[in-house]
Write a protein that binds this ligand. Structure first.
Ligand SMILES: Nc1ncnc2c1ncn2[C@@H]1O[C@H](COP(=O)(O)OP(=O)(O)OP(=O)(O)O)[C@@H](O)[C@H]1O
Ligand SMILES: [Mg+2]
Length: 282
């Protein structure tokens, strides 16, 4: 196993360059992101950690093409982002599955888009494979409202993986899963990445999960989100379960937790009712 997961010579794929976002609210403009700058290189897995309501989903939505920066720029392979595209597979925080389509139709959906026509002949094979990997085969004809929260989340994951996007943008993808399924999904993700080599941005509240999966971790501050710390994860890929036992894992976990807890406390001081509502809803 190599000692570092980071190839500092790889091309920059996603660049946040002094990005700020202000949202209009009934109380006036609210700054959600403030001068955020960092790069994600080809093949990197970057996790974002920060308190509830600080601006993480907004950060990802800019890369997804759903939100525009108020100031600064986000570049994808050096180009400004003009809306969503099939190169970016998004797993939304609230599952993002289509309620009017069955499990099978949801997974097929992306495969049938024009942009992915090359896959058309394999659609059934790919759909069957991901339904099986996610344990959804018996529910192929069910609609999302008849699935549990964890199953909906697995369906959203299957949909994103099935089209084999170059970029995976994942907003708390494993948050609604029980501990065993979550751990199985983390290992499956590592296998998919090993096979297909993607560039990944993932939002998580779990320091442990970020350390197990990522090559770098970006800790952001209470709102407005600024870059508080960027931590290089010293473990290479393929990554084995045994890194959990590595003394560096425990040391980094406590170091990152300390920083994260300071920012969570700052967010709660800033807006106790809002932060309380947000975390109660998770
Ligand atoms: N389109 C919008 N218009 C106005 N305000 C918004 C919009 N989207 C998000 N916000 C506000 O911006 C702030 C940051 O939201 P965001 O969803 O980015 O937070 P987050 O860090 O992802 O939180 P969580 O961890 O709870 O998911 C919140 O106060 C939210 O209410
Ligand atoms: Mg969010």
């Amino acid at each position: 196993m190599s000692t570092s997961a980071i190839d500092k010579t790889a091309a920059v794929r996603i660049r946040f360059d002094q990005v700020s976002v202000d949202f209009d609210t009934p109380q006036g403009a609210m700054r959600v992101l403030d001068q955020v700058s960092f790069d994600i290189r080809d093949g990197e897995f970057v996790s974002i950690i920060g308190p509830s309501g600080c601006g993480k989903t907004t950060l990802m939505n800019i890369v997804g093409g759903f939100v525009q920066a108020t100031e600064g720029r986000v570049l994808l392979d050096g180009q400004p982002i003009n809306g969503p595209g099939p190169d970016r597979g998004v797993i939304f925080q609230e599952y993002g599955v289509f309620p009017w389509l069955t499990v099978r139709q949801n997974i097929e959906f992306g495969l049938k888009l024009d942009a992915n026509r090359a896959h058309a002949a394999e659609t059934a094979e790919i759909t069957d494979r991901y339904m099986s990997l996610m344990g959804l085969t018996d529910f192929a004809g069910h609609f999302p409202k008849h699935l549990s929260g964890g199953m909906r989340q697995r369906l959203a994951i299957a949909r994103a993986y099935a089209v084999r996007p170059e970029f995976l943008l994942m907003d708390e993808p494993f948050g609604a899963l029980d501990a065993q399924t979550r751990s199985a999904m983390q290992d499956l993700l590592l296998q998919v990445l090993q096979r297909e080599g993607k560039t990944v941005m993932m939002i998580t509240h779990s320091v442990e999960e970020a350390l197990y999966l990522s090559s770098r971790i970006v800790v952001v501050t209470a709102r407005p989100a600024r870059v508080r710390a960027i931590i290089d994860v010293p473990f290479g890929y393929p990554r084995a379960e045994s890194v959990h036992e590595d003394p560096r894992f425990a040391a980094l976990r406590s170091q990152i937790r300390d920083i994260v807890m300071q920012e969570y406390a700052a967010q709660v001081r800033q807006a106790p009712t809002q932060a309380g509502r947000a975390s109660a809803g998770q």
